[in-house]
Design a protein around this ligand. Structure first.
Ligand code: HEC
Length: 310
């Protein structure tokens, strides 16, 4: 009997199924992904990395940083906090409301709590419980909000929320990495904003972290004889790691681009698919719902303590 057509059909079926699974479905899911808005500030996200940082991405790739560093923060879920932002005008009613939410508190503890706002009244509760508590508080003319707090082993040590597909929109190739010999770098620009620290760390990881196993990237730097004055770009190193007297270590353009890339790694904006409430940078009384007209940049966390999901 001729099994040819059957084998052909079986192979065709197998290949078609894999094509649907591995090519078409991802294409439908993220193929046409576009910039989105931060919530509730409404700023465009993400914006393309600066040119120098884009060059830095290729240095990052060329030096195999992704073999040891992931760029994907995970989260296991979200919990909610209830934050009291304004005591309102009726303190007696507020104290009664507070007693309902936290019966264990004494009156003097209540007063202490109201002395400096905003204060977290309840922590780690479900959205329903948090909304109910906010309702009780606001009924006394006080102002309170529900804060969304992502939780999981990566949070908050590496990021304040999980990373999502939009975070990588302008990166090609995407350096998500798969091993974590070193810390996750998805949000390193926010966690460690000191460019000089990064340069020193790249030149001599052990100058920053005792017993670090990160390789030394000395070839990204140049040793120069000091002629006249020291270059303003020269690294400040401890004597045992620095060059001999009369010499200085200056970063090459690759090192500067790489650090610009590290500085641009910031996955901390609240998005629809990764909601998180962030503290207002300066003001304490900031439970405004009004969109701030796209003024938020990655460097200044806009007041977004209104829960993005209702
Ligand atoms: C062999 C694995 C390995 C490679 C390759 C590697 N690193 Fe690291 N990296 C580590 C380890 C381990 C740490 C933690 C100890 C330390 O801070 O030195 C680290 C720490 C860091 C930190 C500090 C992060 C933090 O949260 O403390 C940065 C930034 C960093 N590496 C950037 C890079 C860059 C950029 C490259 C590529 C040029 C790179 N690493 C290559 C292993 C590696």
């Amino acid at each position: 009997m001729n099994f040819g057509p059957l084998i052909f059909l079986a192979a065709f079926f197998g290949l078609t199924c894999s094509w649907f699974g591995f090519v078409l479905t991802p294409q439908f899911q993220v193929g046409r992904l576009q910039q989105t808005n931060t919530i509730p500030a409404g700023a465009l996200y993400p914006v393309s990395r600066p040119g120098l940082a884009r060059q830095g991405l290729s240095v990052y790739r060329a030096n195999g940083c992704a073999y040891c560093h992931s760029q994907q923060v995970g989260q296991t879920g979200t919990t909610c906090d209830v934050v009291l932002t304004d005591p309102g005008t009726n303190q007696t009613a507020l104290l009664v409301a507070l007693r309902k939410i936290r019966p264990a508190l004494s009156e003097s503890e209540d007063k202490e709590l109201l002395a400096s706002l905003p204060k977290t009244i309840r922590q780690g509760v479900t959205k329903e419980e948090a909304d109910a508590a906010v309702k009780v508080l606001t009924s006394s003319s006080a102002k309170a909000t529900t804060w969304i707090v992502p939780v999981g082993p990566d949070i908050p040590r590496w990021g304040i929320r999980r990373t999502v597909a939009e975070d990588y929109l302008f990166d090609y190739p995407v350096m998500t990495g798969s091993q974590r010999v070193g810390p996750d770098l998805a949000n390193v620009g926010v966690r460690m904003p000191d460019a000089n620290w990064h340069l020193r760390h790249l030149y001599a990881p052990r100058s920053a972290v005792k017993d670090s196993v990160m390789p030394l990237y000395r070839f990204l730097f140049e040793k120069r004889r000091i002629e006249g004055t020291r270059s303003p770009e020269a690294l400040t190193l401890p004597p045992e790691l620095g060059p001999e007297p009369g010499y200085e270590i200056v970063p090459k353009p690759e090192a500067i681009a790489l650090v610009a890339y590290l500085m641009s790694l910031r996955a901390n904006e609240p998005l629809f698919d990764a909601p998180v409430s962030v503290a207002a940078a300066v003001t304490s009384n900031s439970d405004t719902n009004a969109p701030s007209g796209g003024t938020s940049t990655p460097t200044n966390a806009a007041p977004t303590n209104t829960p993005p999901t209702k």
